[in-house]
Write a protein that binds this ligand. Sequence first.
Ligand code: UT7
Length: 328
Amino acid sequence: MGVVIEGTGSYLPEIVLTNKDMEMIVDTSDEWITTRTGIKERRVAPKGMASSDLGKEAILDACKDAKISSEELDFILCATITPDKFFPSTACLIEHKLGLKGKVAFDISAACSGFLYGLEIARNLIETNTYKKGAVVAAECMSRITDYTDRSTCVLLGDGAGAAIVSSSEEEGIIGSFLASDGGYEELLHAPAGGSRLPSSFYTVENRLNFMKMEGQPLFKIAIITMCEAINKVLDKYGMKKEDISLVIPHQANLRIILGVAKNLKMPAEKFFINIEKYGNMSAACVPIALDHAHRKGLIKKGDYILTVSFGGGLTWASNLIKWTKGD
Ligand code: UT7
């Protein structure tokens, strides 16, 4: 029995923040942001909209692509580091917003690698014959944990959601994954306050400790090394070669990181799907949105082998090897 991606979907809020807009907010320039990151603009959810709202729309879009009703879903797995609330889980809130109940619903906290972790969990839930069909969604309102006085992070981040419907099938689809983590680098990428270590207080708010903090330079190097490792490991594990891969769907943290991964692996940069210029870094939502856009642009054909690859807070890094089964 196989586990296939039956449909993909995405949702991006309408408000666009361009690099010119960022120039009005912090001491930066379109030239700096473009040359250092590849980003030209990003989306921001309006006041009152939260990750579950974005996630619900992405799942509905994916259900439409899969030609199913959301009632057919046995489970909803939501990858997010910007949940609506600490609890209940954003997955439960999405379930309710979809008008569903009684499903399996829980969140996955693996930062930018959350969607890839989710696909592997979903594959196992289905392959063990426990469930037949589910949605893996990644929904992020990064703008809510962005410090708009910190030019080194605020120009990078954006909001969005992407989803995949995953089902049992006679065909082979999600072949397998490589997942990894290292908690030793906690302080390179984190939100220091708001949890049980340093609960929110006047002090934490005054000192802007509830926002995301990042040490970009060391992360840049680790990102390239770990993403190359993830790709090599998953290919080795399943006896495949780089030449067998038609398209790589990478996490979109920095264009220079993606090109660095392609160069180190001696793979053509054209094999890496890139949409960072339009949306920036949306944490876990980057990969499923890129997958959905690549699919809708007709860049993935039935029978193609594709890879996802990501790196992010945790640290976590991961790759999924997928045989595409949609299309004629
Ligand atoms: O989502 C997964 C986790 N995240 C990542 O993987 C991100 C990895 N890191 C990066 O992508 C890059 O390190 C950044 C894009 C974050 C930064 O690029 P960089 O080339 O590493 O810049 P830098 O941090 O070395 O800063 C270079 C200069 C500094 O000025 P001085 O000290 O040389 O005078 C910064 O203050 O650029 C300055 N700078 C800016 N200037 C204009 C930093 N941010 C900005 C900005 N606009 N927005």
